[in-house]
Design a binder for this molecule. Structure first.
Ligand code: NI
Length: 188
């Protein structure tokens, strides 16, 4: 099932999401639906608050893209992070151009550490502690921010954010076109 994605300005994106327990109902179905929702929107990461569920669940997946046929292959790598926690930041901070399914059409360079040590549970609630690097480290940090009520534009300079103010307001007001379905923000 494909969920509609909530956009910038939706209150759920600003909440600190709650950890879940092993008896969370239909977790595997939810995770499978989150992957479907993410791939449908051509994303590489999705956090549960982005589908209006304030719980600490993240999916990350990378699919090879074939330019000739303009199609995606089977996912080469998938990760599910339940109740993830960043234990340690490692390496230099680097800029990388980020986007977000909740903030369509805005892409900005964001500074983040190149590696992170993350403790998380898988869908069987087995605990893992791993060092993430490369794209995985980048996407994991972006998605874990979502669980803490943060979005990537919060990490930009005041000047950059001021310059984006109008476009962010447009998204919050639903004045944005996407090829995937978005959930309208509640009217004030
Ligand atoms: Ni995002």
């Amino acid at each position: 099932m494909i969920y509609p994605i909530v956009g910038f300005g939706h209150p759920t994106l600003r909440k600190v999401a709650q950890p879940i327990t092993a008896d969370y109902p239909e977790l595997k179905q939810l995770v499978s639906d989150m992957f479907e929702t993410m791939y449908n929107a051509d994303g590489v990461g999705l956090a549960a608050p982005q589908i209006d569920l304030s719980i600490r669940v993240v999916v990350i997946g990378f699919r090879p893209y074939d330019e000739k046929s303009d199609t995606y292959g089977e996912p080469a790598e998938e990760h599910v992070l339940i109740n993830p926690e960043i234990l340690e930041y490692r390496g230099e901070k680097q800029y990388f151009n980020e986007g977000c399914l909740s903030i369509p059409d805005i892409h900005e360079d964001v500074l983040r550490p190149e590696r992170v040590v993350v403790r998380y549970c898988d869908t069987d609630f087995v605990e893992h502690t791993e060092e993430f690097s490369g794209m995985l480290a980048r996407v994991a940090q972006h998605e874990i921010d979502h669980l803490d009520g943060k979005v990537f534009t919060d990490r930009l300079s005041n000047l950059r954010r001021t310059m984006l103010h109008r476009r962010l307001n447009d998204i919050a007001s639903g004045r944005v076109a996407t090829h995937y379905r978005m959930k309208p923000n509640k009217r004030k």
